[in-house]
Design a protein around this ligand. Sequence first.
Ligand code: ADP
Length: 177
Amino acid sequence: MGYNPGMIEPHAPVAVYPGSFDPFHEGHVAIVDRATRIFPNVVVGILQNAGKDALFSPAERAEMVREIYQNNPAVEVRAFSGLLVNFLQEIDATIIIRGMRAVSDFEYEFQMALMNRRLYPEVETVFLTPKEEYLYLSSRLVREVVALGGDVDGLVPDPVRDRLEERYRKVTHPPTR
Ligand code: ADP
């Protein structure tokens, strides 16, 4: 049977890549790259959690990610709070993208995927494999290294590095009165 363009679903599904992204790093960039190869519309969903050790506000995180993808119409950035499945339904999305770094991620991710499917049966969770060189990378590690004065060049995109430098300068050299 030959290629039949008539069989292609005209409405491509919208995929959401949810996370705290505090901050967004190169491991996240690699997952978005892969996701856009499969799905034409990828929404980076920034969870507005009220974590007390948050480095950047959800608005700051969204601003940085928007800057990274400002020239890529396939990627949209939205902040959300509450249940992920409610956010998906709100924007008519049916796909959840997650990165699976190690076996230690598996149990939590598997439970979440099943719970999300129970809450919203139309949803599919798609796990993408990380880029090997960023396997060890996490937002927590980036925050810790920066707080201790370490260099994260090459581990975070430029807009994030600039904000981190700015934030770090403020912390180490508070303005004198
Ligand atoms: P959360 O706070 O939900 O763990 P994160 O912002 O840390 O969110 O991560 C969001 C998603 O990105 C998760 O699916 C996570 O597995 C994935 N991820 C985090 N770090 C990496 C990495 N280094 N490589 C690939 N995927 C990653």
